[in-house]
Design a protein around this ligand. Structure first.
Ligand code: SF4
Ligand code: SF4
Length: 94
């Protein structure tokens, strides 16, 4: 399942997309520990496998919560959540 979390306002669109197809086979669940803002948590999917979700409390605050990481855009380095996701299933829209 492709899950979209976020919002748009006058300044832009702020979405994180997670392809949870990859989460079931992910052993490390590295996204949870990798995010300094602690926005990811695990929730059982329809098959009872732990998949990453964006916490409800973070979904309308992504622009602010991710601001500390976003200067990395345009550089070679991945964002911490991208680097921590062994399956490469996390995508940011901005
Ligand atoms: S950009 Fe930073 S704060 Fe935002 S989800 Fe990724 S690791 Fe967490
Ligand atoms: S590290 Fe990636 S594949 Fe693993 S649970 Fe997190 S988002 Fe899913």
């Amino acid at each position: 399942m492709i899950a979209h979390y976020g919002y748009e306002d006058g300044s832009g669109e702020y979405y994180i997309t997670i392809n949870t197809e990859g989460c079931g086979a992910c052993g490390g669940k590295g996204c949870v520990a990798a995010c300094p803002a602690g926005i990811f948590e695990l929730e059982a999917d329809d098959w009872g496998r732990d998949a990453a979700i964006v916490k409800e409390s973070a979904r309308n605050m992504l622009r602010a919560l991710c601001a500390g990481c976003k200067p990395q855009i345009g550089r070679d380095e991945l964002l911490p959540c991208e680097a921590g996701c062994e399956k490469g299933v996390i995508v940011h829209s901005w």
